[in-house]
Design a protein around this ligand. Structure first.
Ligand SMILES: [Zn+2]
Length: 191
């Protein structure tokens, strides 16, 4: 206590200087704070922009990874280590599948998948309807449909059943239309 007493006025003076905007750059404590939170530099902004664009065309898992990367860059501002890591990852990402032209997987992989398609309409919960795609888990190219891995022949069989089912749905629609016409002159005319 006795030893530190002579320095107290000096410490108090520096603390007060922190609140003096014109002298902030001359106060070591404030300069230290500024060094840990620099503004996003153009290179960091460019990488964040690339990440936003890349997220639109990649699987959800890759998008989540890119999101994490963006958070790191935003958190560390223009930290070179983070940027180098991001640029290396982006440079490696576009390597195409050497086995199947339809495969959307990139880099070193063994499970191939791609060309996923689904009905234009969604169900009531926003989920895709009747999604289908090509897959190859190492036993030849299969068609992924109804959560099944089907051979082309099996897929054609399912498709025939689905077409029959769609015809039945159309019959239901016709019945409903007849019901609407009948009720137009009945008790439910106002509905
Ligand atoms: Zn592949």
């Amino acid at each position: 206590m006795n030893d530190s007493t002579p320095f107290l006025p000096v410490i108090a003076s520096r603390d007060l200087d922190i609140y003096n905007a014109d002298r902030r750059a001359t106060v070591p404590a404030v300069a230290g704070i500024a060094a840990t939170t620099p503004a996003l530099n153009p290179r960091a902004l460019d990488v964040l922009d690339q990440i936003e664009n890349a997220k639109r065309n990649v699987p959800a898992k890759v998008g989540a990874f890119l999101d994490h990367l963006g958070s790191l860059i935003s958190e560390h501002r223009d930290a070179d280590a983070v940027l180098d890591f991001a640029l290396n990852a982006l440079a490696k990402a576009p390597t195409e599948c050497p086995v199947h032209s339809w495969c959307k997987e990139t880099g070193d992989h063994h499970d191939h998948s791609g060309r996923t398609t689904w009905a234009a309409c969604e169900d009531a919960y926003g989920n895709p309807v009747l999604s289908a795609g090509l897959i190859d888990w190492g036993q030849g190219v299969k068609v992924g449909l109804l959560d099944l891995d089907l051979t082309p022949g099996e897929a054609r069989g399912k498709l025939a059943e689905l077409r029959t089912h769609l015809d039945r749905i159309e019959q239901l629609i016709s019945l409903a239309e007849q019901g609407a016409t009948n009720s137009a002159t009945g008790a439910e005319a106002g509905r």
